[in-house]
Design a protein around this ligand. Structure first.
Ligand SMILES: Nc1ncnc2c1ncn2[C@@H]1O[C@H](COP(=O)(O)OP(=O)(O)OP(=O)(O)O)[C@@H](O)[C@H]1O
Length: 257
């Protein structure tokens, strides 16, 4: 398997605080990698460094061996690194289908511009419907985005990300803010994407059962540092992880109780 993403000594400091600290990581093609760690460990910041939303203080990011550290988020998306849209980027007064069609259109624009290829409106719409089927939201295609439930908005966000057709999907807590009833649907969507086998997926999640279920490997961040990487089973057994991360969580729960 090829190495698709590589970080070398990736570091970012905000004021005096180092949020991501010397992270060296290799992600292979079509791997499903989950990122865990306590609140404030640097997970989202690490995603921002991969997607180009933030520039590192030190270190580098490589995509297929090419140094992309200085590329903007737009160029990184064109290369193949897709970061989930925030819900604020969903157009509330457009329908679900119109939102996904716009994402398909932007991808088509990028890919076909150099050939002056004219994609017919209907074709774009058909593609949008396919992505909506993938996330099981095609039954809501004519609903205004503003009228969707929270879990449905997250599905729409994933459909829009899928429509960009990037090789890499960075999913930052797709179940955040969801009710317990909404979680299984998102889990099923992510499983479907994984089962297709043509994407490299990086997932930030706090739900350990989801991590165990989906991941080929897990990386643990703690105070911005890469504490451990391994299979989900290895990570659960890892004593450093247990004492530093899982142990800490149990302590917090004990204190709260
Ligand atoms: N733009 C910023 N300016 C200053 N500090 C920041 C900035 N972004 C993140 N931080 C700090 O960096 C640290 C890591 O934050 P980050 O959001 O990456 O953690 P996280 O692991 O994703 O946490 P959570 O699980 O709560 O989302 C935190 O202490 C945070 O306050």
């Amino acid at each position: 398997m090829l190495s698709l993403i590589e970080t070398k000594d990736l570091t970012i400091t905000f004021g005096g605080h180092t949020a991501v600290d010397g992270v060296n990581l290799t992600v292979k093609e079509n791997q499903f990698l989950s990122i865990i760690g306590p609140n404030g460990a640097g997970k989202t910041t690490f995603f921002n460094l991969l997607s180009g939303q933030l520039a590192p203080t030190k270190g580098e990011v490589f995509f297929r061996g090419e140094n992309i550290t200085k590329l903007s988020p737009t160029f990184r998306t064109r290369k193949g690194i897709g970061r989930s849209f925030q819900i604020t980027n969903v157009f509330p007064n457009l329908t679900v289908l119109e939102n996904v069609r716009l994402a398909v259109q932007s991808q088509a624009g990028i890919r076909y511009k150099m050939f002056s290829h004219f994609k017919k409106f209907k074709n774009l719409e058909d593609q949008a419907v396919e992505w909506l089927k993938m996330v099981m939201l095609d039954n809501k295609k004519d609903t205004l985005a503003l009228n969707l439930a929270h879990g449905e908005k997250r599905k729409l966000e994933i459909a829009m990300l899928l429509a960009l057709n990037t090789e890499v999907l960075l999913l930052d807590e797709p179940t955040a803010g969801m009710s317990l009833e909404e979680v299984p649907a998102i889990l099923e969507v992510i499983k479907k994407i994984k089962a297709k086998g043509d994407r490299t997926i990086l997932l930030i999640e706090h739900k350990m059962d989801m991590i165990m279920d989906l991941s080929d490997s897990v990386m643990v961040l703690f105070n911005g540092r890469l504490l451990a990487t391994g299979t989900p089973e290895e990570i659960m057994k890892n004593e450093t992880v247990q004492s530093a991360y899982l142990g800490g969580l149990y302590d917090e729960r004990a204190i709260e109780a």
